[in-house]
Design a protein around this ligand. Structure first.
Ligand code: URA
Ligand code: SF4
Length: 206
């Protein structure tokens, strides 16, 4: 296992493309072993808004792009309703390889552990340092706790802007997958709440 080379790349003045290229060969934790490929962030290199999920899912693992599966489709709709153009955002994840376990013929998502999150986080820190977004939006508890600390509670503090010592403003909302999992009665209101949080992001950029 190698250590994550992102901090050294940053020190050498590497570009976002160079960092992404290096991440393709990352072996800083064991997750690369059972995944198809690294799924690095994608989008505008000058994005004002960076959206951060947990880790790629099954479809992202196959395509190599973040948030292209069901959760990504829901996110696209929420962004559109909030008046945020996804093409002007940068979309990424805290962990860049798909962690899964078999269930019949399917591969189902398994939560990354602290060690994996810690090993992978320098890639996210490099993305933030190079894209320099004005707002980072954590999607769900894994992203929020990775960036804001283990005591952060999305349910309590979603939609608020957190003060921290790094450059961008940061806020958190629910993960789009949680809306897909919600029962029929709650899905519409939870989707509306996500849109409201994203409208808050759009408003903060004005
Ligand atoms: N869920 C995530 O957290 N990220 C993706 O890229 C897809 C699903
Ligand atoms: Fe490297 Fe992150 Fe993949 Fe682990 S999950 S191997 S740290 S890119």
């Amino acid at each position: 296992m190698r250590k994550n080379p992102a901090p050294e790349l940053l020190e050498r003045g590497a570009s976002l493309d160079e960092v992404a290229e290096s991440a393709r060969g990352c072996t800083a934790c064991d997750l690369y072993k059972n995944a198809t490929q690294t799924v690095f962030g994608e989008g505008s290199a000058r994005a004002e808004v960076m959206l951060v999920g947990e880790q790629p899912g099954d479809q992202e693992d196959v395509s190599g792009e973040p948030f292209v599966g069901p959760a990504g489709k829901l996110l696209d709709r929420a962004l559109e309703e909030a008046g945020i153009d996804r093409r002007k955002t940068y979309v990424t994840n805290v962990v860049k390889h798909f962690k899964w376990m078999p269930k019949g013929k399917r591969r189902i998502h398994k939560k990354p552990n602290r060690e994996e999150i810690t090993a992978c986080r320098p890639w996210l820190e490099a993305e933030i340092a190079l894209v320099k977004p004005r707002v980072v939006v954590c999607l769900g508890a894994t992203a929020a706790q990775a960036l804001l600390g283990a005591s952060f509670r999305v349910t309590k503090d979603r939609g608020k802007f957190v003060e921290w010592d790094l450059e961008p403003m940061v806020t958190a909302t629910v993960h789009p997958s949680s809306i897909l999992r919600a029962d029929d009665q709650r899905r519409a209101s939870e989707f509306a709440a996500l849109v409201a949080d994203l409208k808050g992001v759009a408003g903060a950029l004005k």
